[in-house]
Design a protein around this ligand. Structure first.
Ligand code: UD1
Length: 430
């Protein structure tokens, strides 16, 4: 089992290049199989979740050719089955996007029902409600969702809850239904917009993505295209917060600054200086951070996927901060680990009350999930002494070359896989 070992206390300085967004790449890779012509996807992040989905797509018969580390060509004309195996969904929940893609293209899909996960129970009732509205018969049998349709037609769908996954999944299937579908109370995240842009590049007719109401005119067929995935706002935000936590000076490159506004606003409140370029953001944290309050909300609110990282940062702020998680019920599992590093945090329901301290101290901690793992790395980078983060397999699901990029900013961090290597690192950093 690999770990990150970190000697903290080094201010991060320099430039870091952001990869394509995992959460846009997952639906886009799934949707790519909806064309029988070749689709070329560029700027795919080289992270575990994407590689697992590529395998799942190959298993149902699509041809996938890796052009280079960040580019693949996909051809969905050879798909031989509409059933996704349990192994794939077990590793990544987002293989549920194959449900919308297969249903849209073949009017038939069978995907195992994803179970609960590390951050909450995560039902998918809104996805299924949307599929039923456009004419699919949806049933659950032996742990699988089985959706089939003889005539897929447009419908007016009002989502009960703002859901990224449901919005994109319904958008995919409805883009091949006959007639017009309207999704109200749609999610507005940049990855929803990116998925819509991609579908449109294949010939779909989707308008309004990025607003509450998405209008889709169904089309019969998709063609091939070349498409480049949008930059990852969560990866970018993680480096911005790491810069702040270490009182560093970092230029985060290849980003869309507009997507980062909620994070930038919080960093301003904390006393950091932010400079926005056309496709970069510079974070300078010269003095001790101030306190602030954070509440997670759907986009353009503060993203739940940045909540653990800002929680880690606020442990070092002057005064008391309150963090409220309003999207997922189980997103404070990093708190006990941070407490081992000296943080002063109390969780009550969906709220964490954080009394800032001057200095965290390095400790052995374990990554409970993807973003919580990133938060522990940020804490380790800021802490005095050595931190070992276990279970980094979670972090590798969503961050490309995390340790390499941090080393590029001057961090003392290594990926290791034995006690001996941890010892060697400790000796090398003195
Ligand atoms: C996506 C992101 C995830 C992010 C989340 C919120 C991907 C692969 N994952 O997850 O990183 O944290 O958006 O920005 O893109 N809900 C229901 N019924 C449904 C669907 C959702 O009750 O059918 C609830 C969820 O339990 C949650 C809320 O709606 O409380 C939002 O979930 P949703 O936006 O769907 O998250 P995901 O698409 O799963």
């Amino acid at each position: 089992m690999e770990q990150y070992v970190i000697k903290g206390g080094v201010p991060l300085v320099g430039e870091v290049e952001i990869a394509g967004a995992k959460n846009a790449a997952l639906p886009i890779l799934s949707a790519a199989i909806m064309s029988d012509e070749t689709v070329t996807l560029e700027n795919l992040p080289d992270v575990n979740d994407i590689n697992v989905l590529i395998e799942a797509v190959e298993k149902i018969g699509a041809r996938v050719q890796r052009v280079d580390r960040h580019t693949v060509k996909i051809n969905g004309s050879t798909i031989s089955k509409c059933a996704v195996d349990y192994g794939s969904i077990k590793k990544i929940r987002a293989s549920y996007y194959l449900l919308g893609a297969l249903l849209g293209k073949y009017q038939s899909a069978e995907v195992p029902l994803p179970g609960g996960c590390d951050i909450g129970s995560r039902p998918i009732d809104q996805h299924l409600k949307g599929f039923s509205a456009i004419g699919a018969e949806v049933r659950i049998s032996h742990g699988n969702i089985i959706a089939s349709c003889s005539h897929m037609h447009g419908a007016h769908i009002f989502l009960d809850i703002v859901s990224v996954g449901a919005t994109i999944n319904i958008m995919m299937a409805a883009s091949r239904a006959e007639g017009r579908t309207i999704i109200e109370n749609a999610a507005k995240e940049p990855h929803v917009v990116d998925a819509a842009n991609f579908l449109n590049s294949m010939g779909a007719d989707i308008k309004g993505a990025g607003t509450d109401v998405i209008r889709i005119n169904g089309v019969r067929k998709f063609h091939g295209c070349t498409y480049s995935i949008v930059p990852d706002m969560i990866e970018a935000g993680t480096y911005m917060l790491a810069a702040a936590a270490t009182r560093g000076d970092v230029i985060v490159k290849n980003v869309i600054p507009k997507h980062l506004e909620a994070i930038t606003a919080k960093l301003n409140e904390l006393g950091c200086e932010i400079e926005e370029g056309d496709d970069s953001v510079r974070v300078v944290a010269a003095k001790r951070l101030q306190r602030t309050h954070v509440k997670t909300l759907p986009y353009p609110g503060f993203p739940t996927d940045m909540q653990p990282q800002i929680g880690a940062l606020l442990t070092l702020s002057q005064g008391t901060s309150i963090v409220t998680e309003s999207i997922f019920e189980n997103r404070f599992r990093y708190v006990d680990e941070l407490s081992r590093m000296g943080a002063n945090i109390k969780v009550e329901g969906n709220t964490a009350i954080i009394d800032g301290i001057e200095q965290l101290t390095g400790a052995r901690v374990s990554s409970p999930d993807l973003r919580a793992g990133a938060a522990l790395v940020i804490a380790g980078l800021a802490a005095e002494g050595i931190t070992v983060v276990d279970d980094i397999v979670y972090i590798q699901r969503g961050y490309e070359d995390f340790d390499g990029k941090l080393r590029g900013l001057g961090a003392e961090i290594q990926k290791v896989d034995s006690e001996l290597e941890i010892r060697k690192f400790e000796l090398s950093v003195g």
